[in-house]
Design a protein around this ligand. Structure first.
Ligand SMILES: C[S@@+](CC[C@H](N)C(=O)[O-])C[C@H]1O[C@@H](n2cnc3c(N)ncnc32)[C@H](O)[C@@H]1O
Length: 472
């Protein structure tokens, strides 16, 4: 083992807790040690590689005593890939620590002394639950320390995930347990075929190479979208690859490509080209059909998203007479989901394509009481907008991980909706935002939902009721 200057070994460290990022937490001489790879209940020898004033950061090197809550990870990439950090912790305990994470941030950041939290809703599927996976292509393979020492060359064409914290390093993925097996089969075939035909894989440092990114999206109805992102517009090579895939995988109902010659890999500002099939796929929920385009957001665990939306609808307690605002509406899934129970629903999102999908979702589901607007929420939710469209009785808000802008939070309160249902994939920012509402709103129900088994992420739904009796 490599131990550099200022690094050292600690023996027999008892792991008693987990940190937000999933690392184990122990205490040595009254100082906290965060240990990668450890779970509560472990006793371990650890390699301290960073020492700060108040804590140490370490890696597990030897298990002295394994925690009874440990399980064998199913994936050969576990430990290097940052995707499923809790595969070595049994599912029951994953849920326990997610529930506790919600409680902890609501107390510490949300300043709620004793939050009453319903038991977290676990996911029926603990693997193969994702409907979207994004892979990157690279002409260099990420090597573990052992592989480096063994002299394995880095120069190798790979398709996989970014190593945590490294934009330029790609871990070669052979088998991922997060999406239906078809995504493994297609990805491995893209790699095999591309190597066979001498296609150049992307070199992020040189910004060169034909094959750049691969995005899979699938639905519970069995539809598949495959988006291949090329750096160069090489028609002959592109057709060769895409014709081969189209012939080999008739399951692909929406086969798309994007040319991205930019330095960054975001596709939001680039045109999407249809190679074969439709430019979208359909998801279904409670008899409603939802259109998903290449750029639009859709919750990545479809089955659990249905459970999440049902909770949000129950919290909203709609009687059919309410004007509902669905903030950060995406493709309008929640708006359309609650429309039958509302007088009218207004959805806002900053992705114009998603808003077009939201409108179409209402149209072909025969829903006539929704209206959708594209724009940055902070700029759209103005007094004029409210005057024109009416004061909301209920607001459902589902912001990205960064949470809401403080001005947007205060604007919600200014219009005094009777209820705010706040859905969040990041309980810390949710806690920060609801604290701003605490004078005017009481927190009355809290329901965590596990959308992402094997990861440390947790979704949380909070019902806030207006304290002002004049609000309807
Ligand atoms: C967590 S998703 C919620 C989507 C939707 N509620 C659903 O369940 O499918 C967050 C959404 O916020 C949108 N968004 C992010 N920042 C925004 C902003 N400043 N203004 C409006 N929408 C924004 C994104 O486009 C994305 O669709």
């Amino acid at each position: 083992m490599d131990i550099k200057e200022n690094e050292f070994l600690l023996e027999n460290v008892s792991i008693t807790d987990t940190a937000e990022n999933g690392h184990g937490v122990g205490r040595v001489e009254n100082m906290v040690v965060f240990v990668e790879g450890a779970v509560p209940g472990d006793v371990a020898d650890v390699h301290v590689y960073r020492k700060k004033k108040k804590y140490k950061e370490a890696r597990l090197v030897r298990l002295v005593e394994a925690s009874p809550d440990r399980v064998e990870p199913v994936c050969s990439h576990f430990g290097t890939c940052g995707g499923c950090r809790w595969q070595h912790l049994n599912y029951e305990k994953q849920l326990f620590y997610k529930q506790r994470q919600v409680e902890e941030v609501l107390k510490r950041i949300g300043k709620i002394p004793n939050p009453v939290i319903s038991p977290i809703l676990g996911s029926a599927s603990q693997y193969f639950y994702r409907n979207r996976l994004d892979f990157s292509c690279s002409d260099k393979r990420w090597l573990t320390k052992e592989e480096l020492h063994a002299g394995i060359p880095m120069k190798e064409n790979v398709i996989g995930f970014h190593v945590p914290g490294r934009f330029d390093k790609i871990l070669d993925i052979k088998n991922c347990f997060l999406q239906d097996e078809l995504s493994n089969t297609i990805r491995n075939e893209i790699k095999r075929f591309s190597i066979e035909h001498g296609f150049q894989f992307f070199d992020v440092m040189e910004q060169d190479g034909f094959l750049r990114d691969i995005i899979f999206r699938s639905t519970s109805t069995g539809e598949w979208m495959l988006i291949v992102v090329f750096k160069d517009d090489l028609e002959e090579e592109r057709n060769l690859l895409m014709n081969h895939l189209a012939k080999s995988f008739p399951q692909i109902t929406s086969f798309l490509y994007i040319i991205n010659p930019k330095r960054n890999s975001t596709i939001f500002d680039l045109p999407v080209n249809v190679f074969q099939g439709r430019d979208h796929i359909y998801e279904e929920m409670e008899g409603l059909k939802f259109k998903i385009s290449a750029k639009s957001f859709y919750q990545t665990n479809s089955k659990q998203a249905f459970e999440l939306y049902k909770i949000a609808r129950t919290f909203a307690a709609l009687t059919g007479n309410e004007l509902v605002y669905d903030l950060y509406t995406g493709t309008g899934t929640i708006a359309n989901f609650v429309a039958r129970n509302s007088k009218k629903v207004i959805g806002i999102d900053n992705v114009p394509d998603a808003i077009e999908d939201a409108k179409e979702n209402s149209r072909f589901n025969g829903i006539g009481n929704t209206e959708f607007f594209s724009g940055d929420l902070n700029k759209t939710l103005t007094k004029d907008f409210i005057q024109l469209h009416g004061k909301p009785d209920v607001i459902i808000t589902d912001p990205p991980r960064s949470g809401m802008h403080p001005e947007a939070v205060m604007k919600m309160a200014e219009y005094s909706p009777s209820r705010i249902v706040y859905i969040s994939c990041n309980p810390s920012t949710q806690a920060r935002d609801i604290e701003l509402l605490s004078e005017k709103y009481s927190v009355d129900s809290i329901q965590p939902v596990d959308m992402f088994p094997q990861t440390t992420h947790v979704e949380n739904v909070i019902l806030l009721n207006c304290r002002d009796e004049n609000s309807i």
